[in-house]
Design a protein around this ligand. Structure first.
Ligand code: ADP
Length: 448
């Protein structure tokens, strides 16, 4: 097992990784920017080092500085968390060059999945269902018009290098197609430095359902079931649950098998998530996230598997702790992402100092957060304050516990989306599990 791990991240995920390391008897090294000098994760780590100014480019994305600290502190491995450098091939390679284990998948897998076109091509070849379209860049407008006619409108134009919901535009008719291709290309160029775009069928009211996979370095690979992530705002997830309200054993087995096929096709190891869009009984590969995800705790709660510990053990060369047959699903889990944002005012971020803080607790409530009373939510990074995860033997009980947890949770000094979550948890269609990825925009008037 590793003796010392550096966490190249901040906030709640840094806390989560430190907790996993501590339970495994591994010493932890935190790195922090000027904006995170008084953060919780810093105080939980065994050692901590400053890595630069607040803007991420000068700190959490600064490969050279992070590796300098890693060498100075003498770590065996680096955990990248999510976001920042977690899916950065250059960083993974730079770690390898220094003889430091990157706690994540092989660089080839990150590389293939980092390009939406290459990922789709690889998945189609592997026999994983993909959405109708073309797995190649749009080179000329005439071709795109023909493809759109063939697959039928609406279609979606996507940046191959896109992420975070940026660089995707829906087209409803031929008249809009060429303009949308050009505007998506220019957004892709300015946001990702790569103007490559492609076209696929746009599903109007799909559900976003994903499968957690875990693979070791010996070719063993299992899945930990599904997560429903349709409650999104601007393609960013807000509420996740496990299992999906529409899940059946048969569908889970099919999606699980497809996810394992996907991971095998790229010689995957580590933990990862294969995302699908589901509509009318069919599911299609959307993308694979080659890292631990924000919503991993709901799967931990219903399976009892500690995903982060498993990820660290795999990186250290251990075999999987479980076989597929040993994975069972019990009860229901829901996660609400509590963000410092103003749901009434178009979800604008509301960073600042937390003046008063009271956390929820009690039966079936888990709180993963990186804050405390007096902590600062800096304006430079994502606006997450905490993740509340509740568990119940049934979906109904998990919802009731979430309602209670949200009513106990007090965060003063900043605006949070707690009222928004409370409104969703009271809303009838949510309670019935009757929703698609358009749930938030369709119900915004009621939820505000
Ligand atoms: P990103 O990498 O930017 O997060 P994803 O490929 O994961 O983008 O897609 C994010 C969300 O966009 C999905 O959860 C879904 O709501 C929507 N989406 C993407 N592709 C399609 C599609 N072809 N049809 C309908 N919705 C889509």
């Amino acid at each position: 097992m590793f003796k010392k791990v550096l966490i190249a991240n901040r906030g709640e995920i840094a806390v989560r990784v430190i907790r996993a390391c501590t339970e495994l008897g591994i010493k932890t090294v935190a790195v922090y920017s000027d904006a995170d000098e008084h953060s919780l994760y810093r105080s939980l780590a065994d050692e901590c080092y400053p890595i630069g100014e607040a803007p991420a480019l000068k700190s959490y994305l600064n490969i050279e500085r992070i590796l300098k600290v890693a060498e100075k502190a003498g770590v065996d491995a680096i955990h990248p968390g999510y976001g920042f450098l977690s899916e950065n091939v250059k960083f993974a390679e730079a770690c390898a060059k220094k003889g430091i284990e990157f706690i994540g998948p092989p660089t080839n897998a990150i590389d293939v999945m980092g390009s939406k076109i290459n990922a789709k091509k690889a998945m189609k070849d592997a026999g994983v269902p993909v959405l109708p379209g073309r797995e190649e860049p749009i080179e000329n407008e005439e071709d795109a018009i023909l493809v759109a006619e063939e697959i039928g409108y609406p279609v979606i134009i996507k940046a191959s290098a896109g992420g975070g919901g940026i660089g995707m535009n829906v087209v409803y008719n031929k008249e809009e197609l060429v303009d949308t291709i050009n505007s998506t290309k220019s957004i892709a160029q300015s946001a990702f430095g790569d103007s490559t775009v492609f076209i696929e069928k746009y599903l109007e009211k799909p559900r976003h359902i994903e499968i957690q996979v875990v693979a070791d370095k010996f070719g063993n690979i299992i899945h930990l079931g599904d997560r429903e992530c349709s409650i999104q705002r601007r393609h960013q997830k807000l509420i996740e649950e496990a299992p999906s309200p529409i899940m059946t054993e048969e569908l889970r087995a099919k999606m699980g098998e497809a996810a394992i096929k996907a991971a095998k096709a790229i010689d995957y190891h580590s933990v990862g998530t294969v995302e699908f869009l589901y509509s009318n009984g069919e599911f299609y590969f959307l993308e694979m996230n080659t890292r631990v995800q924000v919503e991993h705790p709901i799967t931990e709660v219903v399976t009892g598997v500690d995903i982060v510990k498993e990820q660290i053990k795999i990186a250290a060369g251990h075999k999987l702790t479980y076989t597929q047959d040993e994975i069972t699903f019990r009860g229901h889990a829901i996660e609400c992402r509590i963000n410092a944002e103003d749901a009434i005012n178009d979800f604008v971020p509301s960073p600042g100092k937390i003046k008063y803080y009271r956390s929820p607790g009690g039966p079936g409530v888990r709180l993963d957060s990186g804050v405390f009373g007096g902590a600062e939510i800096p304006p430079y990074y994502d606006s997450m304050v905490a993740k509340i995860i509740t568990y119940g033997l049934t979906r109904k009980e998990a919802i009731e516990r979430m309602r209670r947890a949200l009513s106990e949770y007090i965060v003063l000094g900043i605006i949070t989306n707690i009222p928004f979550h409370r409104a969703v948890l009271e809303e009838e269609n949510f309670s019935k599990g009757n929703f698609s990825t358009h749930y938030v925009e369709d119900n915004l008037c009621t939820l505000k």
